[in-house]
Ligand binder design. Sequence first.
Ligand code: SF4
Ligand code: SF4
Length: 67
Amino acid sequence: MTKAKIDGEACKGCGLCVGACPKKIISLSKSKINRQGYFPAEITDIEACIGCALCAVMCPDVCIEVE
Ligand code: SF4
Ligand code: SF4
């Protein structure tokens, strides 16, 4: 099954992937802060991921991998 994976430490919290996901399952963390000091993007419902890779295409920092 295809699944998206976000590298939370590389993420700059720009939110582009949040808007790109057609399933609306990506949001910026409200509690976690990464080592760079950003609230990283997280996948809230991985079971709903359809593997479209739009999030990975949108990410300017190449933090998202779709397997
Ligand atoms: S691969 Fe598609 S459905 Fe899955 S998180 Fe990324 S944009 Fe959303
Ligand atoms: S597009 Fe990339 S850098 Fe921006 S919030 Fe999403 S994972 Fe983080």
